[in-house]
Each structure stands twice: as C-alpha cells, then as structure tokens.
Design a protein around this ligand. Structure first.
Ligand SMILES: *[C@@H]1O[C@H](CO)[C@@H](O)[C@H](O)[C@H]1NC(C)=O
Ligand SMILES: *[C@@H]1O[C@H](CO)[C@@H](O)[C@H](O)[C@H]1NC(C)=O
Length: 493
C-alpha cells in the first residue's frame, strides 16, 4: 500500500517535471510560429539591430499571457536589457489540472513586460491630456510613466525624432508592469491566474504621423517587397476592393495611376527606389496602424477629434513662438498653407499629400492634422470598427462623466462605484493651453476660408463614420449665435 502511494507520487512528480520542461518547450514553439522570420532576418542582414523591425524583433513572437487582459509576458531579467527567453509561467490554458491550486510562483529572475492594451491615437489639441488622465483614474487602469512616448510613430527611428533610436525594451519600460502584476490573483472558479489591469499609450501622433513608418517600410521593402507587403496585407481584415475605389496609394502616387487597380500586384511591380528620390515623400498603403495591428491585433483604439478650424487655431497658439503670434500672421500662414496643399493635390491624391512629410514640414499651420477622415480611414482598414472609438471633444466637454463612461465601456472596464466615479469626475480639467497667449480670435477671413477648406473633408468623415455630427454644423451654429449676441470669446477658439 505504502509502496503504491510512493510510486504514485513519484509518477506525479516525474510527470510534473516533464510537463514543466515540455510545457515550456511547447510555448516556445508556439511563439516561434508567430514570428515573421523573413522580416527579422532581413533587418539583421541590414545591420540595423537598433532600429528594430516591423516585427518588433523576436519580442513580438511571444504569446501573451492568456490570463492577463493586458498584453504581457514574462522574460528573463538581463543586465544588458535585451529581450530574454520566453517564460512559460501561467501555463493555465494548456494544463488546467495542475493549476487548480494556483500556487505557481515566478522565479526571481523573471520580470513581467507589457505592451499597451489601448491607444489614445489623437488628435493634438483635442483635450487628450485630460481624457487620458481620466482613463487612468479608473482603478483597473495603470498609468504609464509618460503619456506620449511617440515610439511607434517617431522615436524608434532616431534622428530627427530622437537623439538615437529608442529601443523596444526602452519603450516597454514606459509601462508600469510591476503595478499591473500587483493585482494578479487566483481565480478559484476558473482555477487559474487572472489579472484585469490594463495600460495604454497616449501618443497623439499615432493617428496621423505615419510618414517615418512609411519611409522605413519602404527602405526595407525595396529589396523584399513581396514578402513584407504580403505579410502586412495578409493582416488586412477587409477586402482590397476599398483600394480599388481610391487611386494613388502606391506606385507613383498619381491620381490616375491605372496600376493601382491591383495593389498587391502593383507592389510587386514597383521598384520603389526608382520613383522616390526623397524618402520623406514615400507614401505607402501601409501606415503605423498596420504595424501596431501586426503586433497587437486586439488593441482598443480611441480618437478624440474636434471641429478642425478651432483645432487649427489652438494648435497655432500652442506650437508657435509667442513673439510671432498674431491673428494676421495666422491668416497669412493659412492662405499660404492652403496654396501649398492645393499645389500638391493637383498632382497627387489627398491621402498622398496628407502623409507627405516634406509638405507637412513646409506648412505654416498644421492643416493636415484636421483631415481626420484621411487618417481614420486607414485605421478602419486594419482594425475592426468596434475596436475604434471616435469621440468629439465638444461632446466630451459637454458631458465629461458620460463620455468617460463610454470610454470605460469601450475598454471593457467595470462600472465604477459612486465613490470612484466622484474621484474621476471631480478631477480638475487638465489643459496644456492654460498659458495660451491672449491674442484674440482669428480673423473672419481666416475662419471663412478654413471652413470652406475643411468642409469636404468633414463631409467625408461624416460619411465614413455614418454620423452627421462630424460635419460640426451644431458647433458652427452655436458660434454664429454667440457672434450675433455680441459675445466676444468663442468657447472653441
Ligand atoms: C510632397 O510635397 C512636396 C512639397 O510640397 C512636393 O514638392 C512633392 O511633389 C510632394 N510629393 C508627393 C509624392 O506628394
Ligand atoms: C459675426 O458678425 C459680423 C457682423 O455682425 C458678421 O459680419 C460676421 O460674418 C459674423 N461672423 C460669423 C462667424 O458668423
């Protein structure tokens, strides 16, 4: 009898050891399958280990912990801060039997690493600082160390966006993984670990600033077009018919480029290097949305946008040197920028011009930032519409509490208790424009041309989102009423 027990328990211990070894092995294999080997090898061959690659190194290949809501994994702590081997800790999904007790402890040399669960992608000057802060006030949201790391769009590419390329590992450091880990508990009913905490990236360049990504993809595609574009396209969840309707995505970017009928075929035919002398003007069908989707396909996306004319003025006040600020300078810049925009769109599609960095940099006012539909359309091509929540800043200001609740719902966060809700709603409004110089409203002439300029794009946006609020008629009506009653300050200036 004793002997039988001994044998039985030895067998259990033995199979446990085998399981731990083998279980690890399985997970490692699974993760390897998710890698995009060609892409990675290609970059290593190019000798650009610092810039990482579109597969975000081997790190992307790992499986995220199934019991964490936020995309996280364990890796070996390494002094040189490089990505370590995949650790198979919360092995819950593969062998539930062994997890009934939930008492696996992680080894001390393993650390939790996390990517963001959600992205607040835009737009600058649309109250995103305040929105982001209120999201972070939810007890299940862990605030990152910086609101906008701008890693996907800019910093990973180094100069001129950062003094050197910011590594993937440094980006991960932005997310407070120990804080996320704190809450890990044993779910007695499911017999596994569970963790509901999430964290987010609030970089407001993410929606629109895809030019560095395009230049980079272009560089690596120029000798491996088929493989990389094939991979990015294979992630597209909609049919390519969307592309056929809109010309000018690839090739020479011309409006009437007959080749853009079949994008994949086109990508294979085009030898990018021959067409682009200036890398800032490379415009590809892929944006930073494709790259994020290839790594984090389940991301929740939030975009806050605002009536584009007032957004532009606010952005002008914020980003221009104080000494040169005046409604007259703004007016001149507006006219000049619209001229440049029209010169571009005579030759190229709206989309091509919107992503053209040379053009963006030459504009005295950031006109392109208000062309919401052009950028959002690209996000909607990659992510399912249910994954993207678009909000108007005006509605947010009108009803902060209700808007925040809709954001929590979008992020799958639990409803707050009354007490918790008070904390979120009572928090003072954060506004980086508080020291905005008082130079008064924009000139009527600027307002008039800008409204005309944005009108077709607003309509396009209303069509895209199937919501007439995005023509901002209510806001325009309100400002006219204000004008009529001789109230000077426009609340949206
Ligand atoms: C980009 O903008 C620059 C400056 O406006 C212009 O000269 C160039 O033709 C544009 N190129 C594309 C591809 O849009
Ligand atoms: C404001 O009122 C003035 C004079 O009444 C008018 O000329 C102007 O067009 C109005 N502006 C707007 C934005 O309605």
């Amino acid at each position: 009898m004793r002997r039988a027990q001994f044998l039985a328990s030895s067998a259990v211990i033995f199979s446990f050891i085998i399981f731990v070894l083998y279980g690890n092995h399985i997970l490692v294999n699974v993760s390897n399958r998710r890698l995009m080997p060609n892409t990675i090898l290609f970059l290593e061959a190019q000798g650009q280990p610092q810039t990482d690659d579109i597969g975000i190194l081997n790190g992307v290949g790992r499986e995220f912990l199934p019991s964490f809501k936020n995309p996280c994994w364990y890796e070996e702590r390494k002094n040189n801060h490089e990505l370590g081997k995949v650790a198979a800790y919360y092995i819950s999904t593969t062998k539930p039997l062994l997890l009934s007790k939930c008492h696996y402890k992680r080894q001390s040399d393993m650390i939790l690493r996390c990517l963001p669960y959600f992205f607040l992608i835009g737009q600058p000057k649309c109250a995103t600082t305040d929105v982001f802060r209120r999201i972070n006030l939810h007890p299940d949201v862990v605030e990152p160390i910086v609101k906008g790391p701008h890693w996907w769009t800019r910093k990973r590419y180094g100069p001129p966006y950062a003094s050197r390329p910011v590594t993937f590992s440094e980006y991960l450091d932005v997310f407070n993984a120990p804080k996320i880990e704190e809450n890990t508990r044993c779910d007695k009913t499911l017999h596994r670990w569970s963790n509901e905490k999430i964290t987010g990236d609030g970089s407001t360049s993410t929606l629109w600033d895809s030019s560095p990504t395009m230049s980079y993809l272009y560089k690596i595609m120029s000798s491996d077009t088929q493989s990389i574009s094939g991979k990015l396209f294979s992630r597209w969840h909609i049919s390519h018919s969307v592309f056929e309707k809109t010309s000018g995505y690839v090739g020479m970017n011309t409006r009437h480029d007959p080749k853009s009928k079949n994008v994949i075929q086109n990508l294979q035919e085009v030898k990018y290097l021959q067409y682009y002398q200036y890398k800032d003007e490379v415009v590809l069908p892929f944006t930073v949305a494709n790259v994020i989707h290839s790594v984090l396909p389940n991301s929740r996306i939030i975009a806050v946008i605002r009536e584009p004319v007032s957004r532009l003025y606010s952005s002008y006040l914020f980003f221009t040197k104080k000494t040169s600020l005046s409604p007259e300078t703004f007016d001149r810049n507006v006219k000049d920028s619209i001229q440049k925009w029209q010169d571009c769109t005579r030759q190229y599609s709206d989309r091509t011009c919107a992503y053209n960095k040379t053009l963006q940099n030459s504009l005295g006012v950031r006109l392109h930032n208000g062309l919401y539909s052009l950028f959002l359309r690209d996000w909607l091509k990659v992510f399912h519409k249910d994954q993207i929540l678009v909000l108007r800043m005006e509605d947010y200001h009108q009803n902060v509490a209700e808007t925040i609740i809709s954001i929590y719902r979008h992020l799958g966060l639990r409803a707050l208790t009354e007490e918790e809700e008070k904390v979120v709603n009572m928090a003072p409004v954060l506004n980086k424009n508080w020291k905005k110089p008082t130079i008064g409203k924009m000139l009527e002439s600027s307002e008039k041309i800008l409204k005309e300029f944005y009108k077709p794009y607003n309509r396009d946006l209303a069509d895209l989102l199937k919501d007439s609020r995005y023509e901002w008629e209510d806001i325009y009506l309100k400002s006219e009423e204000l004008n009529a009653s001789h109230l000077t300050a426009s609340s949206y200036a």
